[in-house]
Design a protein around this ligand. Structure first.
Ligand code: UGA
Length: 477
């Protein structure tokens, strides 16, 4: 099928590349000329596994790029709108980009088209898109508006798209759902997974994915409700972690106890420094605003947001109490991205914590495997960027772990201890076992677990670790 995707952000670019991999002819449209020129020249604007391969594979064949929307609309049967919906000052979503695209589509319609909302939008958006297209002269029979929300996560976007838990299609007419069923049939029938060169299946994927068809409004609401629920799960466990700290319980044990209940499940129960990124903070706020507009006072979401902000403050208090005074202290920081596996720093709790520490007079040396270039654009004075984790730790008064990159969970601990001026690690992502850290000579603080100190390690564990270290040829701790 011939498909147009409007907007080449995370969702649009990944969707466009994946639709091409499913066998469709895709034209990706963006009014950012520099971005389109870069994509045409073979550049990949975001750090995302498998995306470079897919763009390379399909560029110039099944995937084309354009800054102009009129012709792609005329040539396509389905037009996916994946433009930004940033928050306004009121907290609701700014839909002006969606409206602009809808207006342009109206002027180009030349036969039946399905206009698909792919961006995260409030529940009444499909009605508005329909009204705008009609107001701009389109024949009511010549188009339908559908909702097909995307559930991909940054860092695993391509595999999330191609191996989803479910594909959700919100349509109010069968002629429209038939088109979207066709778009996704290589996934829903499983034929894609048999093709040579298909992206490898990630662990835990259930194939083929379920295709769920709902009304347009239900699909729109499902997207906001999913993100709000996941954010709530994170705030819930962060609140439990705070209780664990007060009473001396261990949040990891509590999570295991909770998560093994199949009704709850273990995922998205990792406490930390709060959720960030371009979706949860914006979407929880927008969902709150949508509820207000619909006459429902969704105060639970206020609390989700409050706990999330508190979590950063609690972490900063931990840093202050570990180091007493902050002015002039050298702090090593591991992680700037809002989560591991991405170079995205939008609403990153790591960046907000670093900015707060800089304001309190700390000197920061930071390292992130992918997000340093972007961080340099927003932070200038008081911060140095290191070439690796050990360089960030060099002569630091303490080391903070702020992003859950896998490589930060596998550091050479004796080497790290030697680099640090004082062996203090404050881990906002619970990447290490407190007893192991203490046995390796660190004073270690984490989230929802008691702090551990080098002299607090049971003798039996110390000798176990020493034996393991000798066996692995590691230097004496
Ligand atoms: C999120 C959703 O997970 C996707 O399903 C959705 O499609 C996407 O938003 C979107 O609406 O576009 P994403 O923002 O890429 O995806 O990242 P997540 O993996 O959900 O992480 C969000 C934040 O929560 C990160 O800061 C992460 O560190 C934090 N988090 C996540 C925790 O603190 N604890 C957890 O257990 C999980």
């Amino acid at each position: 099928m011939r498909i147009a995707v409007v907007g080449s952000g995370y969702v649009g670019l990944v969707a466009g590349a994946c639709f091409a991999d499913l066998g469709h002819d895709v034209i990706l449209v963006d009014n950012d000329e520099a971005k389109i020129a870069a994509l045409k020249a073979g550049q990949v604007p975001i750090h995302e596994n498998f995306l470079p391969e897919l763009l390379q594979r399909h560029r110039g064949h099944r995937l084309e790029f354009s800054t102009e929307l009129h012709e792609p609309v005329r040539a396509s049967q389905a037009i996916f709108i994946a433009v930004g919906t940033p928050p306004t000052d009121r907290g609701d979503a700014d839909l002006s980009y969606v409206e602009m695209v809808a207006r342009e589509i109206a002027g180009a319609i030349n036969g039946y088209k399905v206009v698909v909302e792919k961006s995260t939008v409030p529940v009444y958006t499909s009605e508005w898109v329909r009204k705008i297209i009609l107001r701009n002269g389109a024949d009511p029979e010549s188009f339908d508006v559908a909702s097909n929300p995307e559930f991909l996560r940054e860092g695993t976007a391509v595999t999330d798209f191609l191996f989803p838990d479910r594909i959700l299609i919100g349509c109010d007419h069968t002629r429209c759902s038939a088109v979207l069923r066709d778009v996704y049939s290589p996934l829903s029938t499983g034929t894609y997974y048999q093709t040579a060169g298909a992206i490898p299946q990630p662990d835990g994927a259930t194939l083929p994915p379920q295709l769920i068809v709902t009304s347009t409004k239900s699909a729109e609401l499902t997207k906001h409700a999913s993100n709000a629920f996941l954010a709530m799960k994170i705030s819930f466990i962060n609140a439990v972690a705070s209780m664990c700290e007060s009473v001396g319980a261990d949040v990891t044990q509590v999570c295991h106890g909770i998560g093994t209940d199949s009704r709850i499940g273990p995922r998205f129960l990792n406490p930390g420094i709060g959720y960030g990124g371009s979706c949860f903070p914006k979407d929880v706020m927008a969902f709150r605003a949508v509820a207000r507009d619909c006459g429902y006072d969704f105060r639970l979401l206020d609390e989700v947001m409050r706990i999330n902000e508190d979590q950063r403050e609690r972490f900063l208090r931990k840093v202050r109490s570990a180091l007493w005074t902050l002015r002039g202290k050298n702090i090593g920081v591991l992680g700037l991205a809002f989560k591991g596996g991405t170079d995205d720093i939008r609403e990153s709790p790591a960046i907000l914590i670093v900015q707060a520490l800089l304001q309190e007079g700390c000197k920061i040396t930071a390292y992130d495997p992918a997000a340093m270039e972007r961080s340099q654009e927003v932070m200038h004075s008081g911060i140095k960027f290191a070439g690796n984790a050990y360089e960030a730790a060099h002569r630091a008064d303490a080391l903070l772990i702020l992003t859950e990159w896998e490589e930060f969970a596998n550091l050479d601990l004796p080497r790290l201890r030697e680099e640090l001026k004082y062996p203090i690690v404050i881990d906002g992502r619970n990447l290490y076992d407190p007893e192991v850290m203490a046995s390796q000579g660190f004073t270690y603080y984490s989230v929802g677990r008691a702090a551990s100190h080098p002299d607090g390690v049971p003798a039996a564990l110390k000798s176990e670790i020493k034996q393991a270290a000798t066996k692995n040829g590691a230097s004496e701790a």
